[in-house]
Ligand binder design. Structure first.
Ligand SMILES: Cc1cc2nc3c(=O)[nH]c(=O)nc-3n(C[C@H](O)[C@H](O)[C@H](O)COP(=O)(O)O)c2cc1C
Length: 145
């Protein structure tokens, strides 16, 4: 079974890429977008309803420079999964963010409240625009069990 939560379409792209591959699987593939370092509330609410299931988590996040960051998110999501379930695998990649995020960064940069890493945030914004790309989708296909 495949279920996903996607606000702007990035996670939906991942779901579409594996739709055929996971047909008839006894694993529940759950896709989510990242909100405040965790899966979105809707996705967490769904995960909390699962018991005695095999779960594969896949998600997208605006920041993507390190696997460590993705791991932290996955671990956070796992906190909402009942221990009768088994998380059989996971995959995360970066996902583009809306233009409003860039506009916020740009106005912050001009203000006296700009965080020290504002240039890195802007750089990350542009990098995220390229994701999910074909390589991400291929990597997801390789990761699914
Ligand atoms: C309200 C909001 C909060 C977000 N919080 C985070 C976050 O904490 N960490 C992160 O890496 N990305 C964050 N993002 C970026 C999204 O997770 C990212 O763009 C994701 O790919 C969106 O997936 P979707 O297109 O499937 O909705 C946030 C985006 C929004 C709109």
């Amino acid at each position: 079974m495949l279920i996903y939560f996607s606000q702007t379409g990035n996670t939906q792209l991942l779901a579409q890429a594996i739709k055929k591959n996971v047909e008839n699987s006894d694993i529940i593939y759950v896709g989510f977008w990242t909100d405040k370092g965790n899966a979105s509330e809707e996705a967490l609410d769904y995960l909390k309803t699962l018991h005695h299931q095999k779960i594969f988590l896949f998600g997208t996040a605006g920041f993507g420079k390190s696997e460590e960051y993705f791991k932290r998110i996955i671990n956070k999501v796992k906190e909402s999964i009942d221990s009768t379930n088994e998380v059989v695998g996971s995959f995360m990649c970066q996902g583009k963010m809306p233009d409003s995020v860039l506009q916020r960064y740009l106005s912050l940069k001009e203000s006296d409240k700009a965080p020290k890493n504002i240039d890195l945030l802007i750089e990350n914004y542009y990098e995220a625009l390229n994701h999910p790309n074909e390589e991400d989708l291929e990597n997801l296909k390789k990761a699914i069990v």
